[in-house]
Design a protein around this ligand. Structure first.
Ligand code: 3H9
Length: 686
């Protein structure tokens, strides 16, 4: 870390260089205070430009320090020090001014930024609130309504919007350093602007806080930080500056040590570790400038849209003209939906479709860099597709399968240059869902695997490397969840009670509602295939429902009944009857919310430990990302593995022991036993 001071005439330029993102470590805070003191004492300096080296302005407090006691100088004091400087400080922003970085900029007399910069207070995404005056200064600068939006959403705004809000004084289109120095010269002899801390807050309309409270709590659901941030802004609008700062700091410090903040920090670091598997360090991915998708069903169309959204030209291949038209219509429907939801404009939708070519001619793929197969889950159909791709594609083209349940190694049999083949398992809807399971075979070349990770980055997805097994990481755990849900039914719980308990735990939907929405037939098809392989999947009630064609909402009923045209699930007498018949011989017991959650979540953890033990997943944190980004596990709980560790693995182990003694779960896995003994999953990971 270095902070250097250079001179351009009477302007001092303070350059912060603390790679990778100029986070405000203790050493940097100290250096900023020292720079401010030295420059205040230097009569030859009329104004100060605060600039950052590298790819970004200060991106916030150093999150690595949040598990330790705070060390002086504390950030609020650093900001106060800069705000009290005798000469104007000008924050010159490129990249991201986030969290503490923006708070430092708010201590400066002026803020200038390049148009590509973004500014924000993302603290709520880490389970905390801004802790260095963000909730107190922001409403004094841009008004309460804009401050509430920015702080409670945690989403940054672009520099142009920031200028319109009054957060940035001037945009600098040319070289930032030169532009900021010119700006500094233009204000050097003017009186200092009134510090933000001593400005008054504009009044709000009657009922403003009540409606903000309702809107924020509806969005936050059970996340604590957004409402606490709102309370801090409200207090800052109603109290004097000093007491508002004290209130903010107290809230920040209490949240910093909270379980939600610990969980969200775990997710933050997991998301940053996942895209960089150590074994691929230094491996150069292949170039991907064009892509094709084979199969235009729901998955294929979603994958095509995801690739297209990342700017790649796309060819969609289907078996005949009618199927091509259907595939193109599926992609078009995705873009029409995005326009309707206000996600993109009509012009963008037209442009995206213009970049998609539909064809039944594999010959068009002769010069394509990446082809993803998303056809029917049948090994013969897939073999036929890859045989054609082997014939027509360049030998260095990357070939991928989006299979969910088949073995990618088997699919790759017979492919010319099998080292260019891998599994890329997207989640539906593929243009929205963030998770991408990357599944190499034994023969996948390192640069092809690296291409999978590079593709994830290009598409803005969270990549997780998964080994080959039935269902990879996510669907393998899902099977356990579903089996558990049926065991609960057989021992006295109802679908509505189980769904309600899981929603109250934080999932967007319970297991039965989710199956009714997605349809029960795909899982039934997979169970049939598993039975052919000699396996014995456990789904006695789902099997009975499928036998009477209760496939879910699309067939008018599944685990629940539905009124025609309605989506509200209604308890079903037919289903209750089937459960009662199947439950004969099962011991009945009472189930409350907590015991339902335990009987579903803890067996997930048990299976996940087995997955780690088998090295199907490389890290426990990867499994957390799979469940959060693919299956709606509440991110503020940190994923099932973090949840289990936070709860204590000994307790988890004994709960599973009890469930399995009652015949309500599998026995604890060896992986779980050894992790419990070691006090964490890190020993299982590699
Ligand atoms: C805060 O400020 C609280 C204050 O209000 C109050 C204080 C009193 N700390 O994301 P990338 C590391 S809370 C430590 O891949 P990109 C990251 O782990 C903070 N490390 O880069 C990774 O390390 P490695 C509010 C951090 O270019 C490397 O940097 N601020 C931090 O895709 C590259 O990260 C935020 O929440 C950090 N704050 O994106 C901002 N940030 O290479 C969070 C990053 O070892 N950061 N690292 O794996 C971001 O949003 C992105 O990193 C950013 C760059 C957009 C800046």
């Amino acid at each position: 870390m270095t902070v250097t001071i250079t001179r351009e005439g009477t302007i001092a330029v303070v350059t912060v260089d603390n790679p990778p993102v100029n986070a405000l470590s203790q050493a940097l805070r100290q250096a900023l205070v020292e720079a401010a003191a030295a420059l205040d004492a230097d009569v030859s300096v009329k104004a100060v430009v605060l600039l950052c080296a590298g790819r970004t302005f200060i991106a916030g407090a150093d999150v690595n320090e949040f598990d330790k006691p705070p060390l002086p100088p504390h950030l609020p004091d650093v900001v106060t020090y800069i705000e009290a400087a005798k000469k104007p400080w000008i924050a010159a922003i490129h990249g991201s001014a986030l969290g503490g970085g923006l708070e430092v900029a708010l201590g400066c007399a002026y803020r200038v930024a390049v148009p590509s910069a973004s500014l924000g207070l993302p603290e709520v995404k880490l389970g905390i609130i801004p802790g260095a005056g963000g909730t107190v200064r922001l409403p004094r600068l841009i008004g309460p309504a804009a401050a509430v939006d920015l702080v409670t959403s945690g989403s940054p705004v672009g520099a142009k919007k920031a200028e319109a809000l009054g957060l940035v004084d001037t945009l600098i289109d040319s070289d930032l350093r030169i532009g900021a120095i010119a700006f500094a010269n233009s204000v050097a002899d003017k009186p200092l602007p009134q510090p933000i801390s001593s400005r008054t807050v504009p009044a709000v309309d009657a009922g403003f806080w009540e409606s903000a409270q309702m809107a924020v709590s509806a969005k936050a659901k059970r996340e604590v930080a957004p409402l606490r941030a709102l309370a801090s802004i409200r207090n800052a609008c109603e109290a004097d500056f000093a007491s508002a700062m004290a209130f903010e700091r107290e809230t920040f410090l209490s949240l910093r040590g909270s379980p939600q903040a610990a969980a969200l920090r775990h997710v933050f670091f997991a998301e940053r570790a996942a895209p960089r598997p150590p074994e691929l360090a230094g491996v150069k991915p292949r170039d991907i400038r064009s892509a094709a998708v084979v199969g235009g069903g729901t998955m294929g169309a979603g994958i095509a849209a995801a690739l297209r959204d990342a700017g790649l030209p796309i060819i969609l291949v289907e078996r005949d003209g009618v199927a091509v038209e259907r595939g193109l219509a599926n992609i078009r429907a995705i873009y029409e939906g995005s326009v309707k939801r206000g996600r993109i404009s009509e012009e963008i939708a037209v442009d995206r479709m213009a970049g998609v070519t539909g064809s039944d001619d594999y010959g068009l793929l002769a010069n394509i860099d990446l082809v993803i197969e998303a056809v029917f889950e049948d090994i013969t159909v897939k073999h036929a597709v890859f045989a054609k791709l082997s014939d027509v594609c360049r030998p260095d083209a990357v070939l991928a399968t989006n299979t969910s349940y088949l073995d990618p190694s088997q699919i790759s049999e017979g492919i010319a240059q099998p080292e260019r083949f891998l599994g890329l398992h997207f989640f539906s809807p593929a243009h929205i869902m963030k998770l991408l399971e990357i599944v190499p075979t034994e023969t996948t070349a390192p640069d092809v695997l690296a291409t999978g990770f590079a593709l994830a980055r290009l598409l803005g997805k969270i990549p997780v490397r998964a080994g080959i097994c039935d269902g990879f990481i996510g669907n393998r755990i899902l099977k356990v969840t579903r089996a558990q849900a049926e065991r609960l039914l057989l021992s006295g719980a109802t679908p509505s009670a189980i769904d309600a308990a899981m929603r109250s735990f934080g999932l967007p939907m319970g297991p039965f509602e989710a199956q009714d929405l997605g349809g029960l037939n795909i899982a039934a098809f997979q169970r049939k295939a598993a039975r052919v392989r000699g396996e014995m999947p456990f789904a006695p009630i789902a099997d009975r429902l499928c036998a009477i064609e209760r496939f879910g909402q699309k067939s008018g009923g599944g685990w629940y009944d539905y009124q025609p045209g309605e989506r509200a699930p209604l308890p079903s007498a037919i289903v209750a009857g089937i459960i009662a018949r199947e439950a004969g011989g099962w011991p009945q017991r009472p189930w409350d919310e907590a015991s339902i959650v335990d009987a579903i979540v803890l067996p997930m953890v048990n299976e996940a430990a087995r997955i780690l033990e088998e090295r199907v997943a490389l890290r426990a944190a990867d499994i957390d990302l799979v469940k959060i980004h693919g299956y709606g596990f509440p991110h503020w709980r940190g994923g099932p593995m973090h949840y289990a560790e936070a709860r204590g693995l000994i307790e988890v182990l004994s709960a599973i022991d009890e469930l399995s003694a009652e015949g309500l779960a599998d026995q604890p896995s060896e992986g779980l036993r050894s992790a419990a003994q070691a006090g964490g999953f890190s020993g299982l990971a590699g």
